[in-house]
Design a binder for this molecule. Structure first.
Ligand SMILES: [Zn+2]
Length: 459
């Protein structure tokens, strides 16, 4: 500490402890010492042994506010401080570092990828793909950080702009739940953050809010060059890179796995596979009675519990994406996406027909009534398609739709085909009607999917 900067201000805050009289006494002595430095007084540095003018030493205040000069000169002090920082910022890895967490990329649903072959847009690399942003109006993000928007019947590459820190961002309309209804709001979409969100498996969504760009090149938004890290991990990599120029993926993965750079509430126990041998909690203090935990628990059960599959075989083959196998990650999504305290169903069937993966891109929350519209129980249906059954007594095919425990009879027909056609027509209309009824209450992606829904004979 150097008090020469603002002795009055610094003293001011500590006055009451010593009383006014002592304060002035000490203050006079301090000012005198300060003046004296103008007449050359010298002092020997305890560290380097040089005899130097006293102004080469920091002026300090002791326990009783008494001023004194430090024993080592400012140069030695600075060197010691540098060394301390260097030691502190040196990456130290445990001897037997286990690599629980690996670098992974998200699986992208082919339905989300925009065909740009006829769009007169030249890809930045052979692997550049534009992927539909589920919560934004007609927008696609590439794994190079570029955005295409569809407006007035045309697909356009957006220019984007930089914020005060030089970070690239786009202005897009996002579908948000606000004031009790869903609507579109213009918001900035940060390229680096969005690329991480859509293309990279983030091992810790709650804490990894910093993004390391390979080579500290902040204009590089290529997904393979971006690493979501927590504050401590980011600091370590940045310091190490500045000193050595090394920021290899191997090193970053090691830092990601080093317990010293994990958040305080993390321990090895957080990685224990407590759910069906696949799911883990990701943090120590987890409330297993929380709504988000119960939903996570049920989802894991539906996908990976063989006992459950005996009763509900339609869930066989369903999976939970890598990011959500960590409960703490699921929780972050859950809190951001649940509808204002309403306990809705976690649905994986509406946004992508035939989808078997639970993930932030493929799932949505819907009222139970809507969820039941999309359940299809193939097992136990026999040879007839969905919505059709054979009436043995009358030797006719009946079309029938059930909704919330109610059976709606749609008539009997001579052929399977005509019975199914009736069911298909009725059910598609029915889904559209429900979509209109709930328009303000459900997100736009859910509404769009419902309006376009098609029943097929092999559903
Ligand atoms: Zn010295």
């Amino acid at each position: 500490m150097n008090y020469i900067g603002s002795p009055v201000l610094d003293s001011f805050f500590s006055v009451p402890r010593f009383g006014i009289a002592i304060y002035y006494q000490v203050e006079r002595k301090y000012q005198k010492l300060k003046m004296n430095t103008e007449i050359t007084q010298t002092k020997i540095c305890k560290k380097c042994g040089r005899i130097l003018p006293v102004e080469e030493f920091s002026l300090e205040r002791g326990q009783f506010h008494n001023p004194y000069y430090r024993g080592e000169c400012k140069k030695c002090e600075y060197k010691r401080h540098r060394k301390y920082l260097e030691e502190k910022n040196k990456i130290r890895l445990s001897d037997h570092l286990e690599l629980h967490i690996q670098r992974r990329y998200k699986e992208i649903k082919p339905e989300r990828i925009l065909d740009i072959s006829n769009l007169n847009i030249i890809p930045l690399g052979t692997d550049e793909i534009f992927v539909k942003l589920m919560d934004y109006k007609d927008a696609w993000l590439s794994n190079y950080g570029r955005v295409i928007r569809y407006t007035y019947g045309k697909y356009n590459l957006l220019q984007g702009g930089c914020d005060n820190n030089g970070a690239l961002r786009y202005s897009l309309k996002k579908n948000v739940f606000f004031d009790g209804r869903w609507s579109y709001k213009r918001v900035p979409l940060y390229a680096a953050r969005a690329v991480v969100e859509e293309f990279i498996v983030n091992p810790d969504k709650e804490n990894n809010i910093y993004i390391w760009h390979s080579g500290y090149d902040k204009e590089d938004y290529y997904y393979k060059n971006l690493y979501p890290l927590n504050q401590e991990q980011y600091r370590m990599i940045k310091n190490h890179f500045r000193k050595t120029g090394d920021d290899s993926e191997e090193l970053i993965v090691k830092v990601m796995n080093e317990i010293k750079y994990k958040p305080d509430n993390w321990s090895k126990k957080a990685m224990n596979l407590v759910m069906c041998g696949i799911g883990y909690r990701g943090s120590e203090n987890v409330d297993c009675r929380a709504e988000s935990y119960i939903k996570w628990h049920d989802m894991m059960n539906r996908c990976y519990n063989e006992k459950f599959h005996e009763r509900q075989p339609q869930y066989k083959g369903c999976t939970v994406c890598e990011e959500w196998q960590n409960y703490s990650n699921f929780k972050v999504w859950y809190e951001q996406n649940k509808n204002n305290g309403m306990s809705w169903d976690l649905d994986k069937d509406i946004l992508f027909k035939g989808n078997k993966v639970y993930s932030s891109e493929t799932c949505c929350f819907v009222p139970h009534a809507i969820n039941t519209l999309f359940l299809s129980k193939k097992a136990g249906r026999g040879d007839c398609p969905i919505g059709v059954y054979y009436d043995k007594e009358r030797e006719k095919y009946r079309a029938n739709m059930s909704f919330m425990g109610r059976n709606i009879k749609l008539g009997s027909f001579d052929t399977i085909e005509s019975a199914f056609a009736r069911y298909k027509e009725y059910k598609e209309d029915f889904i559209q009607d429900i979509a209109e009824q709930y328009k303000d209450k459900i997100s736009d992606k859910v509404y769009e999917a419902m309006v376009k829904w098609e029943i097929e004979i092999d559903d």
